[in-house]
Design a protein around this ligand. Structure first.
Ligand SMILES: *Cc1c(COP(=O)(O)O)cnc(C)c1O
Length: 395
C-alpha cells in the first residue's frame, strides 16, 4: 500500500517536472535546420579524400550562382572574411572613406578598418532600419570611394537610389546580404546589383556551413582578384599549376573554406525555397497579431521587394524595452537586440570622434527595438507561445 502511494507520488512528480520542462522549453531567436540528408553529405565528404579547396567548394559556389542567377561566387571561411577581401580587392588609397550604416553587425565597419580606410556612418530609415539614401548624400566627400549597404533583416535597401548616388559620385558598391539570401528587389534576386555582394553562412543565417561566407559578383576581374586574395594573394591554386612555380601578387589571407563545410552548404541551399516560405509564414502571422497591439510597431515591407525575413524585429511604443526583454527572457524566449550601433563600442569611441546626436533615427530605433524568434523549423505551437506571451505582457 505504502509502496503504491510512493510510486503514485513519483509518477506525479515526473509528470509535474515534465510539464514544467514543457512550459519552459527555450525558444532561441534563430537556429539552424540540419536534415539527415545534410549529415549524409558531410559524412560522404569526410570519406572522399578531399577535405579542402576541392570539388565541394566548386559545387557550392556553382549552386550559389545558380540560385542567385549571378556569374561568380567565391566561398570563404566567414562573412567577415568576405567583407574584408571585398574591400581589399578595390585597392583604395589610404585615407579613403567608405560610407556604411551604424545599425548592423560591427563586421561591416571593421572590414573598412582592416584595410586602413575610414568608415563613415550614415543614419537609417525607421521602418526598414536600412541606410537612408538622403543621409548617404550628406556624408559624401572628396575621399569617399564606396558604399557598403546592408539589407537589414532581409529587406533590400532602396537600391536604385543608392546606385544613382554611386553613379553620380563614381563610387563602388558592396552589398552586405548576410541577412538577405533569397530576397528580391523589383523582381530580381539580390546578388546582381552591387559590384560585390556578401553572404554569411553562420548558423543563424538562411543556410549554414557552420562558419562560412561568400562574395558573389558579375565582374570577372574582381572574381579573379578575390580568388587569389582568399589564398594568400597567390596567383595559382595547386590544381592550376603545371609545375612547382607560383607567384604571390598581393598580400592576401588564408580565408579558404573546407569541402566539409561546402558539402553542408550545397545540401542546405536545396531547401532555400522552403526555408524562405516558412520564414514568410511566421512573419505574416506575427504581423497580423502584433499590428492589433497598440504598443507595438511592426516592421515595414516596401511594395517592390521580396523580404527574406532573416530577423523579425518590432519597435516598442511607450513600453520599456529592457523590462520587456527581461519578461520574455524569464519566459524562456530568446529575444535579442539587433544591433548596438557600431559607434557605441569602446573601440570606436576611443578611435573616432562620433557623436550619437548625428544619428537620431538609429538612436531611437536602438532604444525601442527587440528581435523575436524566427527560424524555419519553428513550430506553430512555438509561434503561438511567443504571440501569447507578448499579448499577456503587463507593464
Ligand atoms: C552575420 C553577419 C556578418 C558576418 O558574418 P560572419 O559569417 O559571422 O563573419 C556581417 N554582416 C551582417 C549584417 C551579418 O548579419
Amino acid at each position: 500500500m505504502i509502496q503504491a502511494i510512493i510510486i503514485l507520488k513519483i509518477h506525479n512528480i515526473n509528470k509535474a517536472v515534465f510539464q514544467l520542462k514543457n512550459m519552459d522549453e527555450f525558444i532561441p531567436y534563430a537556429t539552424q535546420d540540419i536534415s539527415e540528408e545534410d549529415i549524409k553529405e558531410v559524412v560522404n565528404t569526410l570519406k572522399s579524400g578531399w577535405l579542402t579547396t576541392g570539388p565541394k567548394v566548386k559545387e557550392f559556389e556553382d549552386s550559389l550562382c545558380n540560385y542567385l542567377g549571378c556569374k561568380y561566387a567565391i566561398a570563404v571561411n566567414s562573412g567577415t572574411s568576405a567583407l574584408d577581401i571585398a574591400v581589399k580587392a578595390l585597392n583604395f588609397p589610404e585615407g579613403s572613406e567608405i560610407i556604411t550604416t551604424p545599425f548592423t553587425f560591427v563586421a561591416d565597419s571593421n572590414a573598412v578598418l582592416y584595410n586602413n580606410l575610414k568608415p563613415i556612418f550614415a543614419d537609417i530609415e525607421e521602418g526598414t532600419r536600412n541606410i537612408d539614401p538622403d543621409q548617404i548624400r550628406k556624408k559624401i566627400t572628396k575621399r569617399t570611394k564606396a558604399i557598403i549597404y546592408v539589407n537589414y533583416a532581409g529587406h533590400p535597401c532602396d537600391i536604385d537610389e543608392i546606385k544613382k548616388i554611386a553613379r553620380e559620385n563614381y563610387l563602388f558598391l558592396i552589398e552586405d546580404s548576410c541577412h538577405a539570401l533569397g530576397a528580391e528587389y523589383k523582381g530580381i534576386k539580390i546578388g546582381n546589383f552591387a559590384d560585390m555582394t556578401i553572404l554569411s553562412f553562420h548558423p543563424v543565417k538562411h543556410i549554414t556551413t557552420g562558419e562560412g561566407g561568400a562574395i558573389v559578383t558579375n565582374n570577372e576581374e574582381l572574381a579573379k582578384k578575390l580568388k587569389t586574395l582568399r589564398n594568400h594573394g597567390i596567383d595559382k591554386a595547386p590544381s592550376e599549376r603545371e609545375s612547382w612555380a607560383y607567384d604571390m601578387k598581393d598580400l592576401g589571407r588564408n580565408y579558404r573554406i573546407t569541402d566539409i563545410q561546402c558539402s553542408l552548404g550545397a545540401s542546405q541551399i536545396k531547401k532555400m525555397d522552403d526555408f524562405i516560405k516558412r520564414r514568410q509564414e511566421i512573419s505574416k502571422k506575427y504581423n497580423e497579431e502584433f499590428s492589433k497591439i497598440d504598443w507595438i510597431k511592426t516592421p515595414d515591407t516596401k511594395y517592390n521587394v521580396k523580404h527574406a525575413w532573416h530577423l523579425y524585429t518590432v519597435l516598442l511604443k511607450g513600453v520599456d524595452r529592457n523590462n520587456f526583454f527581461e519578461y520574455m527572457k524569464k519566459n524562456n524566449i530568446g529575444v535579442n537586440v539587433h544591433y548596438i550601433p557600431s559607434y557605441k563600442f569602446t573601440y570606436y569611441k576611443r578611435n573616432f570622434n562620433i557623436s550619437p546626436e548625428e544619428f537620431p533615427v538609429t538612436e531611437d530605433v536602438f532604444n525601442r527595438i527587440i528581435t523575436l524568434p524566427l527560424y524555419p523549423k519553428m513550430t506553430n505551437e512555438q509561434v503561438e507561445r511567443v504571440i501569447r506571451l507578448v499579448r499577456e505582457y503587463k507593464q
